[in-house]
Design a protein around this ligand. Sequence first.
Ligand SMILES: [Zn+2]
Length: 369
Amino acid sequence: MNKVFIAPRRYVQGPQALEQAGALLGALGKRVLVLWDAQVKGVTGATLLASMREAGLEVVDVAFAGDSTKAEAARVAGLARECRADVVMGVGGGKTLDTAKAAAAAAGVKTVTCPTVASNDSPTSSYTVWYDERGNCLGFESWGVNPDLVLVDTAVIARAPVRSFVAGMGDALATWLEAEACFKARGPNLAGGVATQAALALARLCYDILLEHGVDAKRAVERQLVTPAVEKVVEANVLLSGLGFESGGCATAHMVANCLPSFPECHGLMHGHEVGFGLVTQLCLDDDLPVERRNRIVDFEIAVGLPVTFADIGLAGVGRDRLARIGEICAGPGSLCENHPFPVTAGDIVNALLAADALGAARKEALGV
Ligand SMILES: [Zn+2]
């Protein structure tokens, strides 16, 4: 299998990055369809629209219906064709960005993502996660191309809820451990090949930045401050996590995370929280992991407020019977759990889930939390 590495064409990050939107978008086209919801428009609209007007761009303002459904993407693609947009730009969270990517691909125009939260690794990727009208996840689809521009304003992100910033750290923290597992197993990445040395190095950098600066960055975001630590962690959460998962590959942390929404108790969690607990599960599955390294990862999750026990994800007291279904899916065909250098059975997964809960509780006790 070939080694494949993919990435967006341009990534721009800074505390006033939105002010450059006009100049950056002008290089891509003249007419821009902007997809956002009312709340996001309230936060970013004045700066973005002024910058685009100043650059002489035409703006088509479209309100996002709220979920990344195929119907919504088709509606936005229709509007993009109707108004002959050159660019579709999604401004907001993962669902807005994913819908913008799908609509741009369907209309055959350029794509820009402008995340207003650093909660997940969607902005740089070629993927859309699809949902149905009831909010159930239907899986994901690649458009074969990554965004032409990813525009990240760190002042906007520092004013977003801290919880979303922490979720982004959960999604990003798993990146290296999953890419490393995948590489050892010679498993496929999500770019249509196997990992390059570059993808592994970026995934490792993502991990190192979080362990060194994650706690400082969270404290700053609690005060809505943009500090050097916040800049570094936003880069880890958005750029490095995105490049690392797509060109590095995923494993058990994401597989368990993708199964958790089947429990109604977990519906309040963000993707990154689910990955945070999925990572503790992966750590309990791997017999080739030094105890100090494993504990350091769990202690970091506790320090920033990521979930490490069943109680933390709303599943206090859950038994083997309810976990068995996750075990079966994880051990089933096409599972990301195949991306480990050892076979994974349904029983292994159930044991690892229960061991993760016990490990999380033990580390909390050791830390006096
Ligand atoms: Zn993820």
